[in-house]
Design a protein around this ligand. Structure first.
Ligand SMILES: NC(=O)c1ccc[n+]([C@@H]2O[C@H](COP(=O)([O-])OP(=O)(O)OC[C@H]3O[C@@H](n4cnc5c(N)ncnc54)[C@H](OP(=O)(O)O)[C@@H]3O)[C@@H](O)[C@H]2O)c1
Length: 328
């Protein structure tokens, strides 16, 4: 099997290598059997980084496959990289270690490679919003102590439950909050990033802090972006022209664009040929002219953080408290 750890990885501030392409395991539409099948297929195709979360509910299916694969000896634990995330319903210091232990039990492994705070928010159980335009009732928010939560993530490293820790959906303000008194600087910040949403200021701040960025929705979530933009990333005439020039697909150009920015990508496909295509993005680059053209594409953001803001119960009163401006 291909080892993606050598030349297709990002080096974390822990010294570990993280494969730059992760397969998204959010599986909104697939049945449990389909999730197991596409996870198994992805391992066969050569994926070595998988991005799941307690909230995605796919850990148990992955666990079944992982146990099987590890017992058969076809792949060793150190040959793949698993990221999972603390659910927004458990963003409380007391819940961190039990939550990660539950994820490990679901995944049937001894440690994960990366554990992330999924959102800088804490909501009541059962109030998880679904859909990007969903709203959260004001009484769903619970008080949040991000510094206390981060200390428990640090403890997870001490306990050997995870090799690295990080965050997701954090803007530079919030990175400042948790790093001010941290023993461990986050290894990764996973945020939305695709050719419609480059976040130059955040990329800069993460670079200065030694935090690697993983971009999610790296293809701009083709089937669900109509509400946010008139042209889906995958239908962009600019990307089509560039794809023709390089003899690549539009998806490959979009993924290469992220990699060229030094950003890893989380991309989801359950279709074997598209999975293979999305992994085949190494050994070439976009040129300066391509990057200039892509910079003129219409901007949009699938997750703008508005659902997390209210004037009473949320820790955030304005967008800027959570996210950086993403359109500059
Ligand atoms: N941290 C967070 O808050 C957060 C938020 C959102 C997502 N994520 C992570 O990011 C992952 C991906 O996000 P996403 O699913 O929202 O967005 P995405 O990866 O941009 O889009 C996935 C969609 O693109 C299609 N697709 C994949 N490869 C393609 C190709 N080569 N050509 C054409 N279409 C292609 C897939 O359909 P087929 O399956 O039919 O190929 C699927 O419908 C998630 O699974 C999750 O792991 C994290």
């Amino acid at each position: 099997m291909t080892n993606l750890f050598e030349d297709q990885s990002l080096k974390l501030n822990t010294g570990a290598l993280m494969p730059a392409i992760a397969l998204g395991m959010s599986a909104r539409e697939e049945t449990p059997e389909e999730v197991k099948a596409y996870f198994r297929k992805a391992l066969e195709i050569g994926y070595r980084h998988f991005d799941t979360a307690s909230a995605y509910k796919t850990e148990p299916m992955m666990g079944e496959v992982l146990e099987d694969v590890l017992n058969s000896g076809t792949i060793k634990r150190e040959e793949f990289f698993i990221t999972t995330k603390l659910s927004p319903e458990q963003t409380h210091a007391d819940d961190v270690i039990p939550s990660l232990r539950e994820s490990l039990s679901n995944l049937r492994i001894e440690y994960v490679d990366l554990y992330l705070i999924h959102f800088p928010i804490r909501i009541k159980p059962g109030m998880k919003p679904s859909g990007a335009r969903a709203t959260i009732p004001e009484d769903a928010f619970l008080p949040l102590d991000l510094v206390g939560v981060w200390k428990e993530l640090e403890q997870c490293v001490e306990l050997g439950l995870t090799r690295a820790i990080g965050v997701s959906n954090f803007g530079s303000n919030l990175l400042g909050v948790i790093t001010a008194d941290a023993k461990i600087i986050p290894a990764v910040n996973q945020v939305e990033m695709h050719p419609g949403c480059l976040q130059p200021r955040l990329l800069d701040v993460c670079k200065q802090m030694g935090i690697k960025v993983m971009g999610f929705a790296a293809l701009g979530r083709p089937k669900h972006s109509q509400e946010f933009t008139s042209i889906a990333v995958i239908d962009s005439p600019i990307l089509k022209e560039i794809a023709e020039k390089h003899g690549k697909s539009v998806a490959q150009v979009a993924l290469r664009w992220s990699l060229d920015h030094g950003v890893g990508v989380v991309v989801k496909s359950s279709n074997p040929s598209r999975m293979a295509q999305n992994l085949n993005v190494f050994g070439w680059n976009l040129d300066e002219e391509d990057h200039k053209k892509i910079a003129t594409m219409p901007r949009f953001r699938l997750q703008d953080g508005k659902i997390w803001i209210n004037q009473t119960t949320s820790p955030y009163r304005s967008h800027q408290e959570i996210y950086d401006c993403w359109s500059d």
